[in-house]
Design a protein around this ligand. Sequence first.
Ligand SMILES: [Zn+2]
Length: 184
Amino acid sequence: MKKVSSFLVLGLFAMVFSPDVTEARSFDGTRATGGVFSPVYHSSLTSYSDSIHNYTSYYEYAEDQWTGVSSEVISSGTGTDTFMVGTTSDANTTGRMTPYNAGGIPASLDGTWATTQSVLFDNNIRSANFTSTNARAVAVHEVGHALKLSHQPDGVNSIMVQGRKNFSAIRAIDRESLINKWGN
Ligand SMILES: [Zn+2]
Protein backbone atom coordinates (compact mmCIF):
# COMPACT_ATOMS: atom_id res chain seq x y z
CA MET A 1 0.00 0.00 0.00
CA LYS A 2 2.78 2.40 0.85
CA LYS A 3 4.54 1.68 -2.44
CA VAL A 4 1.37 2.40 -4.41
CA SER A 5 0.80 5.79 -2.83
CA SER A 6 4.39 6.95 -3.33
CA PHE A 7 4.18 5.92 -7.00
CA LEU A 8 1.05 8.04 -7.37
CA VAL A 9 2.74 11.04 -5.79
CA LEU A 10 5.69 10.71 -8.17
CA GLY A 11 3.29 10.42 -11.08
CA LEU A 12 1.54 13.64 -10.16
CA PHE A 13 4.89 15.39 -9.74
CA ALA A 14 5.94 14.38 -13.24
CA MET A 15 2.61 15.48 -14.72
CA VAL A 16 2.91 18.92 -13.14
CA PHE A 17 6.51 19.57 -14.12
CA SER A 18 7.04 17.88 -17.47
CA PRO A 19 5.23 20.56 -19.55
CA ASP A 20 7.91 23.05 -18.48
CA VAL A 21 10.64 21.00 -20.15
CA THR A 22 11.37 22.58 -23.51
CA GLU A 23 13.35 20.27 -25.73
CA ALA A 24 14.36 19.91 -29.37
CA ARG A 25 11.71 17.90 -31.20
CA SER A 26 11.87 16.23 -34.58
CA PHE A 27 10.70 13.18 -36.48
CA ASP A 28 13.03 10.21 -36.79
CA GLY A 29 14.35 9.07 -40.16
CA THR A 30 15.81 11.27 -42.83
CA ARG A 31 15.22 12.94 -46.15
CA ALA A 32 16.77 11.58 -49.33
CA THR A 33 18.68 14.85 -49.60
CA GLY A 34 19.32 15.28 -45.86
CA GLY A 35 18.95 18.88 -44.73
CA VAL A 36 19.15 20.12 -48.31
CA PHE A 37 15.73 21.12 -49.49
CA SER A 38 14.77 22.21 -52.93
CA PRO A 39 11.63 24.33 -53.26
CA VAL A 40 9.26 24.15 -56.19
CA TYR A 41 7.03 27.22 -56.25
CA HIS A 42 3.72 25.81 -57.55
CA SER A 43 1.50 27.90 -59.85
CA SER A 44 -1.28 27.87 -57.21
CA LEU A 45 0.78 30.38 -55.21
CA THR A 46 0.09 33.11 -57.71
CA SER A 47 -3.44 32.05 -58.63
CA TYR A 48 -4.61 32.31 -54.98
CA SER A 49 -2.69 35.49 -54.16
CA ASP A 50 -4.25 38.95 -54.06
CA SER A 51 -3.76 42.28 -52.27
CA ILE A 52 -4.34 40.62 -48.86
CA HIS A 53 -2.34 37.39 -49.13
CA ASN A 54 0.86 36.99 -51.15
CA TYR A 55 1.53 33.28 -50.79
CA THR A 56 4.75 33.35 -52.80
CA SER A 57 6.20 35.86 -50.35
CA TYR A 58 5.09 33.74 -47.36
CA TYR A 59 7.01 30.71 -48.63
CA GLU A 60 10.01 32.85 -49.60
CA TYR A 61 10.04 34.11 -46.02
CA ALA A 62 9.77 30.54 -44.69
CA GLU A 63 12.62 29.36 -46.91
CA ASP A 64 14.73 32.25 -45.65
CA GLN A 65 13.92 31.54 -41.99
CA TRP A 66 15.23 27.98 -42.00
CA THR A 67 18.09 28.27 -44.48
CA GLY A 68 21.52 28.43 -42.85
CA VAL A 69 20.39 27.82 -39.26
CA SER A 70 22.26 24.55 -39.65
CA SER A 71 25.06 24.55 -42.23
CA GLU A 72 23.45 21.36 -43.56
CA VAL A 73 20.12 23.08 -44.20
CA ILE A 74 20.44 24.87 -47.49
CA SER A 75 18.13 25.49 -50.40
CA SER A 76 19.48 23.87 -53.53
CA GLY A 77 18.97 21.05 -55.98
CA THR A 78 16.35 19.57 -58.17
CA GLY A 79 12.92 20.24 -56.75
CA THR A 80 12.11 17.88 -53.89
CA ASP A 81 9.85 20.18 -51.87
CA THR A 82 6.66 21.57 -53.39
CA PHE A 83 5.16 24.74 -51.91
CA MET A 84 1.52 25.29 -52.85
CA VAL A 85 -1.91 26.66 -51.85
CA GLY A 86 -5.24 24.87 -51.92
CA THR A 87 -8.52 24.46 -50.07
CA THR A 88 -9.82 21.88 -47.61
CA SER A 89 -13.15 20.74 -46.14
CA ASP A 90 -11.45 20.35 -42.73
CA ALA A 91 -12.39 23.60 -41.00
CA ASN A 92 -9.69 23.26 -38.35
CA THR A 93 -6.54 23.35 -40.40
CA THR A 94 -4.69 26.12 -42.23
CA GLY A 95 -1.75 24.10 -43.52
CA ARG A 96 -0.47 20.59 -44.07
CA MET A 97 2.82 18.97 -44.98
CA THR A 98 2.75 15.51 -46.55
CA PRO A 99 5.97 13.50 -47.04
CA TYR A 100 6.31 10.97 -49.86
CA ASN A 101 8.60 8.02 -50.41
CA ALA A 102 10.53 7.37 -53.61
CA GLY A 103 7.47 5.66 -55.12
CA GLY A 104 5.33 8.75 -54.63
CA ILE A 105 3.34 7.13 -51.82
CA PRO A 106 2.77 9.09 -48.57
CA ALA A 107 5.60 8.14 -46.23
CA SER A 108 5.52 7.60 -42.47
CA LEU A 109 6.53 10.64 -40.46
CA ASP A 110 9.54 8.80 -39.05
CA GLY A 111 10.58 7.21 -42.35
CA THR A 112 12.82 8.24 -45.23
CA TRP A 113 11.29 10.99 -47.31
CA ALA A 114 12.05 11.43 -51.00
CA THR A 115 9.87 14.52 -51.45
CA THR A 116 7.47 16.71 -49.49
CA GLN A 117 4.43 18.78 -50.33
CA SER A 118 3.39 21.75 -48.18
CA VAL A 119 -0.08 23.25 -48.67
CA LEU A 120 -1.58 26.41 -47.20
CA PHE A 121 -5.39 26.30 -47.10
CA ASP A 122 -6.67 29.54 -48.58
CA ASN A 123 -10.33 29.07 -47.61
CA ASN A 124 -9.57 28.67 -43.89
CA ILE A 125 -6.87 31.35 -43.84
CA ARG A 126 -9.45 33.80 -45.19
CA SER A 127 -12.48 32.65 -43.18
CA ALA A 128 -10.43 32.93 -39.96
CA ASN A 129 -9.30 36.42 -41.04
CA PHE A 130 -5.64 35.52 -40.82
CA THR A 131 -3.32 38.51 -41.07
CA SER A 132 -0.23 38.25 -43.26
CA THR A 133 1.78 37.50 -40.09
CA ASN A 134 -0.63 34.71 -39.07
CA ALA A 135 -0.47 33.17 -42.57
CA ARG A 136 3.30 33.60 -42.92
CA ALA A 137 3.64 31.67 -39.65
CA VAL A 138 1.74 28.75 -41.21
CA ALA A 139 4.24 28.66 -44.10
CA VAL A 140 7.19 28.70 -41.70
CA HIS A 141 5.53 25.96 -39.61
CA GLU A 142 4.87 23.68 -42.62
CA VAL A 143 8.37 24.14 -44.03
CA GLY A 144 9.64 23.29 -40.53
CA HIS A 145 7.72 20.01 -40.84
CA ALA A 146 9.24 19.49 -44.32
CA LEU A 147 12.64 19.70 -42.62
CA LYS A 148 11.58 16.96 -40.16
CA LEU A 149 10.65 19.16 -37.20
CA SER A 150 7.68 17.91 -35.18
CA HIS A 151 5.20 19.76 -32.95
CA GLN A 152 6.08 21.51 -29.73
CA PRO A 153 3.52 21.34 -26.91
CA ASP A 154 1.11 24.23 -26.32
CA GLY A 155 2.70 27.03 -24.33
CA VAL A 156 6.20 26.66 -25.74
CA ASN A 157 7.52 29.76 -27.54
CA SER A 158 7.96 28.04 -30.90
CA ILE A 159 6.77 28.28 -34.49
CA MET A 160 6.14 24.51 -34.24
CA VAL A 161 3.28 24.89 -31.74
CA GLN A 162 -0.09 24.25 -33.39
CA GLY A 163 -2.64 27.02 -33.93
CA ARG A 164 -2.66 30.70 -34.85
CA LYS A 165 0.53 32.56 -34.05
CA ASN A 166 1.03 36.32 -33.89
CA PHE A 167 4.68 36.04 -34.88
CA SER A 168 6.29 34.39 -37.89
CA ALA A 169 10.03 34.30 -37.11
CA ILE A 170 11.50 31.07 -35.80
CA ARG A 171 12.37 30.97 -32.10
CA ALA A 172 15.43 29.75 -30.16
CA ILE A 173 13.94 26.28 -29.62
CA ASP A 174 13.20 25.99 -33.35
CA ARG A 175 16.85 26.74 -34.19
CA GLU A 176 17.89 24.21 -31.56
CA SER A 177 15.57 21.55 -33.00
CA LEU A 178 16.89 22.08 -36.54
CA ILE A 179 20.54 21.93 -35.41
CA ASN A 180 19.80 18.90 -33.26
CA LYS A 181 18.31 17.16 -36.31
CA TRP A 182 20.79 18.13 -39.03
CA GLY A 183 23.96 19.28 -37.26
CA ASN A 184 25.63 22.60 -36.67
ZN1 LIG B 1 1.96 21.18 -37.69
